[in-house]
Design a protein around this ligand. Sequence first.
Ligand code: GLN
Length: 189
Amino acid sequence: MLRSIGVTATEVRLPAHLDGLDGLIIPGGESTTLSRLMSLYGLREPVADLAARGKAVWGTCAGMIMLASEITEQDPVPLALMDVGVRRNAFGRQVDSFEQDLTVKGLGAAAYHAIFIRAPVIIRVGAAVDVLAALPDGRPVAVQQDNLLATSFHPELTADARIHRYFVALAGGPPFNAAAPQIDTPRVR
Ligand code: GLN
């Protein structure tokens, strides 16, 4: 998705891979696995340091769980970078995954089609946290705290690149433009 919008992207597996980055996306997947591997490979401190230096960090789904200051379970151990509380698997099991059109603050008037896959939800929002989008029942699913961004859903699975462009702007790239073209070939239709 980043490459489709002209951004140079690289995979981060080891602390040295963080050198020189303008931003970091902690992806979806399984937060307990992310947590264990981040401890094993010594990524916790360097990622916290990157965020403290004002670099843009975005957590999607499991990545959002990792950014939270607290979660409702013992495992995983989050990075505690963002002042939010998060509940994992808040909508149930895999079969309860769903799609929902959202209005996202700052992205323009068009609805954002969000894909939730065994998604977490935000259950507490700190004073410094801006809610960018919420479900129809009011539960927040996209939040920002300065240089930190978190989404419950998977923005890389649609053709809508607005959140990626928003993040790239946060990382010091071109200013966000809601009218910029969409991606031609989304990974999932
Ligand atoms: N359920 C996963 C977890 O708790 C997150 C799922 C996802 O990232 N799509 O880590």
